[in-house]
Design a protein around this ligand. Structure first.
Ligand code: BTN
Length: 255
């Protein structure tokens, strides 16, 4: 039985600077750090994004943190944990801004611009459930001149949508509470309602998508939304259905 049924956010390990909170969490998980531990950094020198990208992590304005989780769910449900985390971000951010949206698998968009990303890594273990490292990066109060020029037209900040700077500590606390609530919900009742909530935030619902597969192939088609496994489906112009397991999605006919 977990203490107070709390899964996410205790204890907190804070770094003024580190290379990547995901790297710290992974290293400490291997050394036995307990599930629920959160690693927070003021800035990251090698912040990592999905698909081998980097995550720009300036000091003083963003939130960069990673959780070690050992959720009591089956291995087949593990990929849904990152969708649940996207829902947790939406719930927390709705305290400040209306209409947060999610782009599969879990980019958080405000007014069509990406404000947060999630990098999920798993550490398989022998004879016991895998550990999950859940890394979250959020552009909270960044100024425009702090965003790399090549990303300026696609990245947003919560501050820009909210209208004034936010207290990052309060936002972090609220996100951890929501992750905790959603993981408890998933453990008790499964993911059906969580995926429903994800669909309510689906930024690509009914829209034309471009999917760049990890093999470098490009698929254009209409989004069919996510299925019960949390996988995205696209119907291409010839009517063929494609199940998106990984890769990159762009909303619109780009690519
Ligand atoms: C994405 O590509 O959208 C995912 C970005 C995830 C960035 C966060 S910042 C905190 C944690 N540490 C990392 O190195 N990456 C994640």
């Amino acid at each position: 039985m977990k203490k107070n049924n709390r899964i996410a956010g205790h204890p907190v390990r804070y770094f003024q600077e580190t290379d990547s909170t995901n790297a710290r969490a992974r290293e400490e998980a291997r050394k036995g750090a307990e599930s629920g531990t959160v690693f927070v950094a003021e800035t990251q020198s090698k912040g990592r994004g999905r698909l081998g990208r980097s995550w720009h992590s300036p000091a003083g304005s963003g939130l960069y943190f990673s959780l070690i989780l050992s959720p009591g769910i089956s291995t087949t449900d593990l990929p849904k944990i990152s969708l649940a985390t996207g829902v947790a971000l939406c719930r927390a951010i709705r305290g400040y801004v209306e209409n947060p949206a999610l782009k599969w698998p879990n980019d958080l968009l405000l007014e069509g611009r990406k404000v947060a990303g999630i990098l999920t890594e798993t550490i398989p273990r022998q004879d016991t459930a895998s550990l999950v490292i859940m890394g979250i990066g959020i552009n909270v109060n960044q100024c425009e001149h702090n965003v790399p020029a090549e990303l300026a037209d696609r990245l947003g900040t919560i501050q820009a949508a909210y209208g004034s700077p936010l207290a990052r500590g309060k936002l972090l606390e609220s996100i951890l509470n929501q992750i905790d609530a959603l993981l408890n919900q998933a453990e008790r009742y499964g993911f059906t309602d969580i995926l429903k909530e994800w669909r309510n935030h689906d930024a690509s619902r009914g829209k034309y998508l471009t999917w760049l597969t990890t093999e470098g192939e490009t698929v254009h088609g209409l989004s069919q939304g996510i299925d019960e496994e949390g996988l995205l489906w696209i119907r291409d112009n010839r009517g063929k259905m494609h199940e998106v397991i990984s890769g990159d999605i762009t909303i619109g006919k780009a690519g």
